[in-house]
Design a protein around this ligand. Structure first.
Ligand SMILES: Cc1cc2nc3c(=O)[nH]c(=O)nc-3n(C[C@H](O)[C@H](O)[C@H](O)COP(=O)(O)O)c2cc1C
Length: 175
């Protein structure tokens, strides 16, 4: 990470959008399912948020708020051609989540995205991200975002997806 303070200045970042199909490798190859955002949500990331691995909170269809880890970038191990935002929610959901609305609040940065010599090494790194995030997200300074009003809003299509929050919180932006 070249400039961590710059990244932190882009946080917290709130995003909301419909879950789309990725390459399906998360569930099948890694055993770590991820929910992918469409391009317009990725394009709304502030430029301070460089590629890398982040942590925060997430909800599906305004349901319970769970911890999450997120990869933002090109997935060097798989040599993707487009930047993606892939969220792994620390909760077991029944069935797939395509078409559902994912809200995330990204609160912290873990590490740069990396290439790995093997799939096992990538999986081990993601498992460590999950256990690091699990602990960090219990800190009171982070927990305030789990209870943020952003997660309490009822879903109202356009307003939430590309709008502003009542209290000045930008959706697909930061406070
Ligand atoms: C917490 C986390 C960390 C990740 N770290 C890396 C990484 O360092 N390098 C990489 O190539 N991919 C990384 N990934 C991305 C996975 O390779 C990606 O989620 C997987 O390929 C599934 O993509 P798909 O849903 O498009 O199939 C990470 C994913 C998560 C959730």
């Amino acid at each position: 990470m070249r400039n961590l303070s710059k990244v932190v200045s882009g946080l917290p970042h709130f995003a909301c959008g419909q879950i789309i199909k990725g390459f399906g490798r998360g569930s099948k190859q890694l055993g770590i399912p991820t929910a992918n955002y469409p391009l317009e949500v990725v394009e709304n990331l502030p430029k301070e948020l460089s590629t890398g691995i982040y942590y925060g909170y997430a909800s599906i269809d305004n349901g319970e708020v769970h911890k999450m880890v997120m990869s933002i970038g090109m997935n060097p191990y798989f040599e993707n051609k487009h930047k993606s935002m892939e969220t792994h929610i620390l909760h077991n959901f029944m069935g797939d989540l395509y078409g559902h609305i994912l809200k995330v609040c990204i609160v912290g940065y873990l590490r740069p995205e990396k290439n790995f010599d093997s799939l096992e090494a990538l999986i081990d790194a993601i498992k460590k991200d999950i256990s690091d995030a699990e602990k960090l997200l219990d800190n009171p300074e982070n927990l305030q975002f789990r209870n943020h009003e952003f997660f309490k809003e009822t879903i109202n299509g356009q307003i939430l997806i590309n709008g502003h929050h009542k209290n000045g919180t930008k959706i697909n932006g930061h406070i």
